[in-house]
Design a protein around this ligand. Structure first.
Ligand code: HAM
Length: 409
């Protein structure tokens, strides 16, 4: 029979990678908790217009990469390509703004983009991210960036932090006009995609990876020279604050991000250790988006990290708890084994009841394959054996055995 294979661009995450996935997510979550972020669990499917109106009609994500379909009720929906748009939709729809104060939310889960798969780039991938609603102070930009910085350090990842400012709506408009003027002069030297981007999404030309485009944009006007007084002040302050917190960063005037909603601060955490797909976490401010999607004017900012990319980078996992495997010598001792396993687990000990019956030799082989640190043979006595040394001790009650196991691990 022919085997069924996974769909191109989709992945099974199992074994060591699943452990890394969990370790990464737990590390983020622990830190989010410390910063007082609250979890939001968002839908996988949204009305397609949500992404058109937020991520942007002219972006690659909306133009080429969304999984779009009609549901049985004839609604045009999309599998979410990212989490920010849904978070903003929820913030407005659930009237969180009416509670006053400000909101700090985090989310985690699968996202879908029909991109060309390669190492670190998949059609289903997972993000963990956070958003802050209702704060315009640079304190928020600083704290968000420094939080991600600390998490990546904790994961022992080698990275570079790049920052830029896209300015507010007005500065960006003026700059875009200047950029279009400049690009038009060199139109013939640009790649086909960038030629069409001049009118649809000129900022994206700045981060095109094609050599001829890079050459042309090297001398293009820089957005930093077009910032309004307010935006410039914000960017200067952000840099000061980051320096004061000993956060290493570089300014990258070409950093524009692939989504349309950003204003002022943008940032990316990048690495050169996983090939071309080197951005592991990214984000920025999007002060107009809430209003653009029908909510009250609300400054906001956030970031998301790509979990698969982090899995490629995390080297060491914290050491695992030792495993005790409980082996009934014959089926007559099955119930005794089941209940001894339970008492071990109740004491917080990682326990496997050997589920595969067989000869003593084959059961020991299985215990070894399971990477047991100790086994306990159950018969009319309890034999505790350390796998590595072969040392063995005998006990006559489950209580004594449990105490002995506790002493060893
Ligand atoms: P993004 O840069 O599109 O931003 O995605 C964030 C991260 O998701 C990327 O830096 C990368 O690590 C990961 N990622 C994106 N696409 C793929 C893929 N095809 N395969 C594997 N990993 C991928 C956003 O999505 C924004 N929502 C971030 C944000 C939150 N901005 C403000 N708040």
């Amino acid at each position: 029979m022919s085997k069924i294979q996974k769909v191109r661009g989709f992945q099974d995450i199992y074994g060591e990678n699943a452990k890394k996935y969990r370790y990464i997510v737990d590390t983020f979550r622990e830190t989010f908790e410390k910063y007082n972020f609250k979890e939001i669990i968002l839908p996988f499917v949204e009305d397609i217009s949500l992404f058109k109106r937020s991520v942007g009609e002219a972006t690659d994500i909306v133009q080429k990469e969304m999984y779009v379909f009609l549901d049985k009720g004839g609604r045009e929906v999309a599998l979410r390509p990212e989490g920010t748009a849904s978070c903003v939709r929820a913030y407005i729809e659930e009237k969180m703004y009416a509670e006053g104060g400000y909101h700090k939310l985090f989310y985690e889960g699968a996202m879908f983009r029909y991109e060309r798969p390669q190492a670190g780039r998949y059609r289903q991938f997972h993000q963990i991210g956070a958003e802050i609603f209702g704060v315009s102070s640079v304190l928020a930009d600083t704290e968000l960036i420094s939080m991600v910085y600390k998490i990546l350090k904790k994961l022992k990842i080698d990275f570079k932090l790049e920052i830029n400012s896209l300015g507010d709506f007005q500065s960006r408009k003026t700059y875009t006009q200047e950029l279009i003027k400049y690009l038009k002069q060199y139109e013939n030297g640009l790649c086909e995609t960038c030629k069409s981007r001049i009118n649809t999404n000129p900022l994206r030309v700045l981060d095109c990876k094609v050599e001829s485009c890079k050459q042309i944009t090297k001398d293009a006007p820089k957005i930093i020279d077009y910032l309004s007084e307010e935006s410039e002040k914000r960017f200067t302050q952000l840099k000061e604050y980051l320096k004061a917190l000993n956060i290493d960063f570089v300014e990258n005037p070409r950093l524009v991000r692939g989504l349309d909603y950003y204003t002022d601060t943008v940032f990316e955490f990048t690495t050169d250790q996983i090939g071309a797909q080197g951005t592991v976490a990214a984000g920025g401010r999007y002060d107009n988006l809430v209003e653009q999607l029908g909510g009250p004017p609300t400054p906001a900012l956030g970031f998301a990290a790509g979990i698969e990319r982090l899995i490629l980078l995390v080297k060491d996992l914290p050491s695992e708890k030792p495993l005790i495997t409980v082996i009934p010598l014959t089926p007559d001792y099955n119930i005794q084994a089941l209940s001894f396993s339970e008492s071990l687990r109740n004491s917080g000990i990682k326990t496997e009841t050997l589920l595969k019956e067989g000869s003593l030799k084959s059961m020991m082989k299985t215990a070894d394959k399971l990477k047991s640190d100790y086994v306990v043979f159950i018969s009319d006595k309890y034999e505790l054996k350390e796998m590595k040394s072969g040392n063995q001790e005998i006990f006559y009650t489950p209580e004594d055995t449990l105490e002995a196991v506790k002493d060893k691990i």
